[in-house]
Write a protein that binds this ligand. Structure first.
Ligand code: ZN
Length: 157
């Protein structure tokens, strides 16, 4: 869980989110964030199973279960959910707020700039009781190699 007002995330995990959003600038991409010790170490890409991926996201349930198993097996915890907004701001939408069922998770939103393919901007929020509060994002770099745990799969694709 994020600590205080800051979401600590490793640079390589942040880049996974940015690249995922850039790769599909016309639809919402989504994934999970896992880590331990208050630091997000891993971003896991998942399929967007929503009927209209241009405007909504729904993490494919099978992928969700598989990812949760992998996260637990590596000794980490689920810390957040990320998705992208192809059109529009980096604020959580009304739907994002209504469907935020996990008050202890960080909701990370990436936006791709209008030049399409340009750098993604990433913001993080806590959403609880129908209200969103923004976190700062702090890059937690320089973790010693092997910190992600034995044999952990760093990235699915
Ligand atoms: Zn959204």
């Amino acid at each position: 869980m994020p600590v205080g007002d800051t979401l600590k995330i490793r640079g390589d995990a942040l880049r996974v989110i940015e690249k995922h959003a850039q790769q599909f600038p016309d639809e919402e991409v989504c994934g999970l964030l896992a880590g331990k010790g208050g630091v997000v170490e891993l971003a896991l890409r998942t399929l967007n199973a929503a009927e209209n991926p241009e405007t909504e996201y729904e993490i494919d349930p099978k992928e969700l279960f598989a990812a949760m198993r992998a996260i637990r097996a590596s000794g980490a915890a689920l810390m957040g959910i990320y998705h992208s907004h192809p059109n529009g701001g980096g604020e959580p939408s009304a739907r994002d707020i209504a469907e935020a069922y996990y008050p202890d998770l960080a909701y990370v939103i990436a936006t791709v700039n209008e030049a399409r393919g340009g750098p993604a901007k990433v913001r993080a929020f806590s959403i609880r009781d129908g209200a969103a509060r923004e976190f700062g994002i702090e890059i937690a770099g320089g973790a010693p190699s092997g910190a992600a745990g034995p044999g952990s799969s760093k990235q699915r694709r």
